[in-house]
Design a protein around this ligand. Structure first.
Ligand code: NAD
Length: 454
């Protein structure tokens, strides 16, 4: 049995040690989920909805505890961690409305009638990354359960604590044994087994594009359903006619949220050349004003990176001699700290400009006109997020339609809400999560003809 010690990224001290599940443990969990599947899908819709509401209430009464675990185990600022725990509750409540609304169709046909049913896919394997352990767990788990599926979830190696606790809360709230199981463990062991096991009917994977493509190949062997939420390299496009104060004040939060460990990070800022100098004047104090420090303290906006190895990975994008325009601050001493860093001007082949950094590093690039802004924004294999700042509504719509990406915001840095669809274009993923249609992705449509002629 392998043991894993969770470190506090802000102090480098051990938080706790967990046993990691083996391939045999995973098979046993899959067996329990298979046994629970028939019972769970047969629970009356109103009762299933009620159980999900009780689960949401249990999360609600443990928001402080869950937030504390995320501060200690992931280094998330406490305000953000409280929001994330509350988000799990909200996502459960939203999808608790699903069981009674899995409505099929009646389609006119000669000689009888045709009806469709939404049948649960079956057992779902949920593979979660370390950057948002609670929200991403909830996004897959809640609609899957609501649609009548059982779930075996694997949190990331580095950040298992909140998912494990939420799994316990599900049982305390009355969800039957085996309906939701959380198995901390390695991707190469537990994750791989979920992908390879024929009884797992769907994989919901969030993580890197590299591992996502292996997961997709593994799922292909069993024609297993798969949803992929992968990497990003998104653009924040600032036109000359924008409210520049607003664009500059919000730009740090579009990229440095969660210390830049955000698939939606707008890590390339594109600014129309005529306002570049003014934008940089406004952007500098905004970056230096980001409160970086102890995640347990209420005013903190940005905590540490997740691990020493990840800090090394991020720092490699800012080698000696890199074009650092300005930087924010970061504490000294223990902890995996890295300051918010702005690079400009950057070459089009600079890895900081072309690759997903997944840390608090942003590049600033000028453009001359709308067409060039769209070309630059689309010059990436990714397509997850993006922001547009302009006062011209026609341009806002034109550019939003032209940028090949799944989630955009106009004159705002925020576009992710649980009641709107979320997912990527190109190598940023496959399928959509969240929004009113998410449960459909956890069902198969069954078509039944009933003859009425004698
Ligand atoms: P990762 O791909 O290394 O790991 C993701 C998960 O997959 C982990 O739980 C890991 O244990 C597991 N895993 C690893 N190898 C596996 C295998 N062979 N089979 C099955 N599972 C395996 O990613 P990460 O470093 O944890 O997360 C960072 C990446 O996630 C970034 O690229 C980021 O953009 C992406 N991400 C995307 C979204 C989105 O919604 N699009 C959200 C968050 C993070």
């Amino acid at each position: 049995m392998s043991q894993f010690t969770v470190l506090n990224p802000a102090t480098e001290q051990a938080v706790t040690t967990l046993t990691q599940a083996s391939a045999e443990d995973t098979d046993a969990a899959i067996g329990r989920a298979a046994a629970a599947q028939e019972r769970w899908r047969a629970v009356a819709p109103g009762e299933r909805a009620g159980l999900l509401r009780r689960f949401a209430a249990a999360v609600d009464s443990h928001v402080e505890e869950l937030a504390g675990l995320e501060v200690a185990g992931s280094g998330h600022p406490v305000g953000q961690a409280r929001w994330e725990a509350g988000h799990v509750r909200d996502v459960l409540l939203y999808y608790s409305a699903t069981p009674e609304r899995l409505i099929g169709k009646q389609i006119p046909v000669p000689g009888g009638l045709n009806v469709t049913f939404h049948e649960p896919v079956g057992m779902v394997g949920l593979i979660v990354p370390w950057n948002f352990p609670m929200p991403i767990f909830a996004w897959g788990m809640a609609p899957a359960l609501a649609a009548g599926n059982t779930v075996v979830a694997k949190p990331a190696e580095l950040t298992p604590l909140t998912a494990v606790r939420i799994g316990e809360l599900a049982l305390e709230a009355g969800l039957p044994e085996g309906v939701l199981q959380v198995l901390p463990g390695k991707g190469s062991v537990v994750g791989q087994r979920l992908v390879d096991h024929p009884a797992v009917r769907k994989i919901v994977f969030t993580g890197s594009t590299e591992v996502g493509s292996q997961v997709m190949a593994g799922c292909a062997r069993h024609i297993k359903r798969v949803t992929l939420e992968l990497g990003g390299k998104s653009a924040n496009i600032v036109f000359a006619d924008a409210d520049l104060e607003r664009a500059a004040a919000t730009a740090p939060y579009a990229v440095f949220d969660n210390a830049g460990q955000d698939c939606c990070a707008r890590s390339r800022i594109l600014v129309q050349r005529s306002v570049l100098d003014r934008f940089m004047e406004l952007f500098e104090p905004a970056v230096k004003g980001v409160a970086v420090g102890d995640p347990a303290s209420p005013g903190t906006e940005m905590g540490p990176l997740i691990s020493a190895a990840h800090r090394q990975h991020v720092a490699a994008y800012v080698p000696d001699g890199a074009p650092v325009a300005f930087r924010g601050s970061a504490p000294d001493g223990p902890g995996f700290w890295y300051p918010p860093t702005v690079l400009a001007p950057v070459g089009a082949d600079d890895p900081a400009y072309t690759e997903e950094v997944f840390g608090p590093v942003v590049t600033v690039t000028p453009f001359d006109d709308e067409a060039e802004a769209v070309t630059i924004a689309n010059d990436t294999p990714y397509g997850l997020s993006g922001s547009i700042f302009t006062s011209d509504v026609g341009r806002a719509i034109r550019v939003a339609r032209a940028v090949e990406t799944g989630n955009l915001s106009v004159n705002s840095h925020s576009s992710v809400r649980y009641w709107t669809p979320f997912g990527g274009f190109k190598q940023s993923g496959l399928g959509r999560e969240l929004g009113p249609d998410a449960p459909d992705a956890f069902t198969e449509t069954k078509n039944v003809f009933i003859a009425t002629e004698p």
